[in-house]
Structures are given as structure tokens and as C-alpha cells.
Write a protein that binds this ligand. Structure first.
Ligand code: NAP
Length: 249
């Protein structure tokens, strides 16, 4: 039976595993791979494996041992290491690879976005922009925000960070999206937020905070995406399913 490896950790990966089952039934087995960072991940349909492969060499060995017919890299736009490993391993094992990459957000009328290359640059920009920042970043990404004594921080994340990873002036808000525009407006108003810091993850599930910032006239410090990998890329699950058809026939 044909086997597809989905590199996951995103809503798109879960939706893809579901679509593969619906479209191809037993004609294609989808194995979704998770890094194992989240304690209670959304479980995908089909098979699942958890944990790193051991770099590009480990992934190359896995692709050969499991006789994988195709790989769809549906990892988060900022999971750059896994994406680079997938490029190297698929080349080495001669396995076709597709990148499923949700479109990036772009600023519209009324937006006040400040593009930065990384979170260190984002942290450096805060003191000049405001005093009460809302961070929507990962629980392991707080280090650059330590020592910002003039700025109060609220960090929303799925799971709390390790206690020593939390900047002294930072309050954690635990939450898993999607969030509505009303949710985001209420939260930002209640906390008196005057800056939003986020990564350009793209997609509709996390976009309401940007609309809320626009509505409230709040500047957004936007961390730009790492470069896209070479090769085929599609923006949605439907087109990923189309890409798979030749492997199933
Ligand atoms: P990363 O820096 O690109 O990858 C670090 C290492 O984690 C990889 O070298 C790999 O270990 C392992 N890994 C990552 N994704 C994996 C997967 N799907 N299956 C098996 N191993 C995986 O990744 P990250 O930014 O820490 O993200 C980790 C996971 O969280 C990803 O699956 C990503 O889709 C998801 N995620 C990331 C973000 C984000 O902002 N970065 C946000 C939401 C979800 P080996 O080298 O040992 O194979």
C-alpha cells in the first residue's frame, strides 16, 4: 500500500490527513509526524508518530525503511529546521516532496505594521512603540523579551513556559485559538494593550488579533517568515490532495 508522510504540527496537517482518508480511503496510508512539543496535540486521522527523526540523515533512513512514496511538509511556516531537513532527506532518498504553506498575512489599509526579521529585533523595537505589549509567540521564544523593564508584557500561549523562561514583567495567558474578533478586542481593551507582537504565521485561524489591532489603532510588530524551501508548494489542503492523485493511481 502507498504511504504518505505528513510532517505536521499544524491545523493544515490535521485537515490534510482527514482529506486523504476521505479522498483515497485505503489506497493511501497517511502517517502524520509530530515533533512532540505539545502535551495534548490535536490527533490526526490515520497513523501517527511522535518525536524527531535525528536530523536529515535520520529522516532519510526513515523514508527508506518505511518505503514512503511521498512527503507533504505541512509544518508551521516558522519550523525552518524541519523544512530544511525534509528538503535534504527527500533529495537523498529520491522521494517526491510538496510544501503545504498557508499564505502569509499582508497589511491592508489602516494597518500600522513594523516588519522585523526575528523576535530579538521585535523586542528591541518595543520601548519606542508602547508600554503594554501583547505577545502571541511560542512558549520557548520568550528569551529576547527579558530585561525590558519599561514594557509590561502579556504572552498568550497554548502551554505555559518553564518558570525560568518567563520575563519578570510578563503575564501568561493560556489559550488555544481560533479566537474571534470580539474575543481579541475585549482582551486587548481589558489589558490596555498598545503594541501587538506576532510572527507572520498566516491563515485565518489566528488573524482576528490583526483585525483587532487595526480597529484599536495599535501598531503590530510582525516577525517575517524564514525563506520558503525550493520546489513545489501549495497554499491549501485541496491542492495538496490534487498533487497526491498520481501517487495513488
Ligand atoms: P524546527 O525548529 O523546524 O525543528 C526542530 C527539530 O524538531 C527538527 O530538526 C526535528 O528534529 C523536530 N521536528 C520538528 N517538526 C517535526 C515533526 N513534524 N515531526 C518530527 N520531528 C519534528 O521546529 P519548531 O519550530 O520547534 O516546531 C516544532 C513543531 O511545532 C513543528 O512540527 C511545527 O509544525 C509545530 N509548530 C511550530 C510553530 C513555530 O512557530 N515554530 C508554531 C506552531 C506549531 P530531528 O532533526 O531530530 O528530526
Amino acid at each position: 500500500m502507498r504511504k504518505l508522510l505528513i510532517l505536521g504540527g499544524t491545523g493544515e496537517a490535521v485537515a490534510l490527513a482527514k482529506a486523504v482518508k476521505a479522498e483515497f480511503g485505503d489506497g493511501l496510508t497517511a502517517v502524520t509526524s509530530l515533533a512532540g512539543r505539545t502535551k495534548a496535540p490535536t490527533l490526526p486521522l490515520g497513523e501517527m508518530r511522535v518525536g524527531g527523526f535525528g536530523g536529515p540523515e535520520g529522516l532519510t533512513r526513515y523514508l527508506r525503511a518505511e518505503k514512503i512514496s511521498a512527503v507533504i511538509d505541512a509544518t508551521h511556516p516558522f519550523a525552518a529546521r524541519m523544512t530544511a531537513n525534509a528538503v535534504a532527506a527527500c533529495d537523498a532518498a529520491a522521494v517526491p516532496r510538496l510544501r503545504l504553506d498557508r499564505p502569509a498575512w499582508t497589511p491592508g489599509p489602516g494597518d500600522d505594521w513594523h516588519a522585523v526579521p526575528d523576535l530579538a529585533a521585535a523586542a528591541g523595537m518595543l520601548p519606542g512603540l508602547g508600554a503594554r505589549a501583547f505577545l502571541t509567540i511560542g512558549s520557548t521564544e520568550l528569551a529576547p523579551f527579558k530585561g525590558l523593564s519599561d514594557v509590561l508584557l502579556w504572552a498568550r500561549m497554548i502551554e505555559p513556559p518553564a518558570p525560568d523562561a518567563l520575563p519578570e514583567n510578563c503575564t501568561v495567558i493560556e489559550g488555544r485559538g481560533p479566537f474571534s474578533l470580539d474575543d481579541e478586542l475585549d482582551l486587548m481593551r481589558e489589558l490596555g494593550i498598545d503594541i501587538l507582537v506576532t510572527k507572520n504565521s498566516g491563515g485565518p485561524a489566528a488573524a482576528a488579533k490583526l483585525a483587532a489591532a487595526r480597529r484599536l489603532g495599535i501598531p503590530v510588530v510582525m516577525v517575517e517568515r524564514p525563506p520558503a524551501p525550493p520546489g513545489d508548494s501549495v497554499p491549501d489542503v485541496e491542492r495538496a490532495v490534487e498533487w497526491l492523485r498520481p501517487f495513488v493511481r
